[in-house]
Design a binder for this molecule. Structure first.
Ligand code: CP
Length: 305
């Protein structure tokens, strides 16, 4: 495919091929001479309409490590501020003939809409509450490096499921690879019909974490709650914040993940986030490798490749 818009529709074989490519990219990234040349002469534009630390910087590093010319579009200083639409902005950039657009937008479906208009490859770096495919891929790579085959695992995704594109992409990917997937959170933060995605649903941490191999915590996304239900931090942490006591309900060798950004003391305690069972730092490292793999895979579909 020319684009990466979501995990939905990807086969297990396609996912595993990307993870294998990312495994090679980990080795490249750890070498002193980090560059490959597969994107030499290519232009990659990162177009982020929402804030990002991890995704944008790792896409920039990934593109540069593959030899691309990478431009970060400063949306805050762009004509978007003068009312230019998403599509007009994208078509303007498209006219400069980039090869790859990496796009984050606050509206679900916006990245797919944009992909239909432009002539270059498009990568979804997160669209509203819809999908964040490279996050799910980097999470899978991190899990696989520690636990081996994913199909034997029970993964508990905990917290604000309703507002999380990370949860959605992870559910799709982990199910495609045969894991048992649970979602755990207050009923107000679990979307109706979530079980149709093939997950077991829990509204308390003790039963949701029992026998879990991986505990994946999510940020409480208060900015997406529009005043409907905003739990108090103290109460939320008491019932759903991951601390050492709650982690003891999972398997003794369970590992802890969080896509970031973290709200310490809200959904996760610092002792767990910084503890020996935390994979959070490694997730960030795998982010660069996975984005290199995705860019490299798309490179084969670029014109004159
Ligand atoms: N996990 C993630 O998408 O982080 P950023 O918002 O910092 O990119």
């Amino acid at each position: 495919n020319r684009h990466l818009l979501g995990i939905e529709g990807m086969s297990a074989a396609e996912i595993l091929a990307l993870l294998d490519l990312a495994e090679e990219a980990v080795e490249v990234s750890r070498q002193i001479e980090k560059k490959k040349t597969v994107l030499r002469g290519r232009t990659q534009i990162n177009l982020f309409f929402e804030a990002s630390t991890r995704t944008q910087s790792s896409f920039e590093l990934a593109g540069k490590r593959l030899g691309a010319d990478v431009m970060n579009m400063a949306v805050a200083n762009s004509a978007v501020k003068k009312g230019e639409t998403l599509i007009d902005t994208a078509m303007t950039l498209n006219a400069m003939r980039p090869d790859i657009l990496v796009v984050r937008h606050h509206a679900a479906g916006a990245v797919e809409l944009l992909a239909q208009k432009v002539s270059c490859s498009v990568i979804n770096a997160g669209d509203g509450v819809h999908e964040h495919p490279t996050q799910a891929l980097l999470d899978a790579l991190t899990i696989r490096r520690h636990k081996g085959a994913i199909d034997q695992l029970t993964v508990a995704i905990c917290g604000d499921i309703a507002h999380s594109r990370v949860a959605r992409s992870n559910i799709l990917l982990l199910n495609a690879l045969g894991a048992r997937v649970r979602v755990v959170g207050p009923s107000t933060l679990l979307p109706t019909g979530i079980e149709r995605l093939g997950v077991d649903v829990f509204t308390d941490m003790r039963s949701g974490l029992a026998d879990a191999d991986i505990v994946m915590m999510l940020r409480l996304q208060r900015e997406r709650m529009e005043g409907s239900f905003v739990p108090s931090v103290r109460e939320y942490f008491h019932f759903f914040g991951l601390d050492e006591a709650k982690l003891a309900w999972a398997k003794p060798d369970a590992l802890v993940m969080h896509p970031g950004p973290m709200n310490r003391g809200v959904e996760i305690d610092s002792a767990v986030a910084d503890g020996r069972r935390s994979l959070i730092g490694e997730q960030v490292e795998m982010g660069v490798a996975v984005r290199m793999a995705v860019l490299e895979a798309l490179a084969a579909h670029l014109p004159n490749a």
